[in-house]
Ligand binder design. Sequence first.
Ligand SMILES: Cc1cc2nc3c(=O)[nH]c(=O)nc-3n(C[C@H](O)[C@H](O)[C@H](O)COP(=O)(O)OP(=O)(O)OC[C@H]3O[C@@H](n4cnc5c(N)ncnc54)[C@H](O)[C@@H]3O)c2cc1C
Length: 327
Amino acid sequence: MNDGKQIFDTVIIGSGPAGLTAAIYNVRANLKTLVISGNTPGGQLTVTTTVDNWPGFPNGTGGIKLMMDMQQQVRNLGVEIQNDNVLKIINNQNPSTPNNNQETIINFQIELSSGKILTTKAIIVATGAGAKWLGLPKEKELIGRGISGCATCDGMFFRDKVVAVIGGGNVACEDADFLAKVCKKVYLIHRRDELRATPIEAKRILENSKIEKVWDGVVEEIVGEEKLEAVKIRNVKTGENKTLPIDGLFVAIGRIPATDFLKELVEIKENGYVVVGKNNEYPSMSSVPGIFAAGDCMDEVYRQAIVAAGSGAKAALDAERWLNNLK
Ligand SMILES: Cc1cc2nc3c(=O)[nH]c(=O)nc-3n(C[C@H](O)[C@H](O)[C@H](O)COP(=O)(O)OP(=O)(O)OC[C@H]3O[C@@H](n4cnc5c(N)ncnc54)[C@H](O)[C@@H]3O)c2cc1C
């Protein structure tokens, strides 16, 4: 089924800060633009309470409100946001493009979970990345009520409180280091007895007396109803169990970019991030001409809303230029 036989200039996959910013730029450039929202309209910020580091709000703003306003802004500019999921992209591009006949160029077809098929000249993938969670009971319910996947984002809410970080890699160490500056005490819970982080990062953590290392520890239970109260930890070597009363738990055991559906088509790193930046003319382009990527699905370093929004703007500008050069 073709969705009304329309051909879009850009279809943006994802409705977080990256996708919605891309939509604002593309529609204002007069491109026929569509956003596919995915299962989380508004993206990751909709699972947090307050966002303190989005410029323009002297007292911070609610994550849900920020993203609902952003979606409304996109709709007001005339872009439809379809509640659907992308299952697959089919690349029907003529290998000889660009050519002089705009009508024959293109085309990607996008299969949606509703069964619809969209046709578009360019695609911006802005599908984000989720925290890898522990998968324990109560974990999901307590995200935003003591449990977080982002120390830079939520650390300030735990000023002078006791928190724990789970993980042993660079991200966990950076999180512990950051939290030690604002919190009363930080536990670093790691399932092994040495860190996987780079030596410099690990040294900083090992020498920080405010960070108590819980070696060989696995969190087996989350305690708390309305908010997080404690975690139960088992020592994998001795079998000993203990309960750690904490106010905050930061899960830093990795991120999973939502890029599975792209694997057959574009170059993806081993850890799931989309590879961009190989084409100097279009820095946000993926390995496939016409497919661009923005936000957390291509950024394993910054993982911040403002950075995602900025990269959404860049991808939209790149896509616009690429489309213009096809003519
Ligand atoms: C709890 C929490 C608190 C945070 N707090 C802050 C903060 O205070 N400040 C800050 O700067 N950052 C914060 N972050 C990080 C910030 O949310 C992310 O960096 C940002 O949302 C990334 O934006 P994005 O648009 O790349 O992806 P996301 O926001 O993850 O959006 C991805 C979008 O893609 C869609 N999608 C995924 N797969 C598909 C598919 N197959 N088809 C269609 N759509 C799909 C999803 O439904 C979603 O709409 C926080 C993150 C979390 C988890």
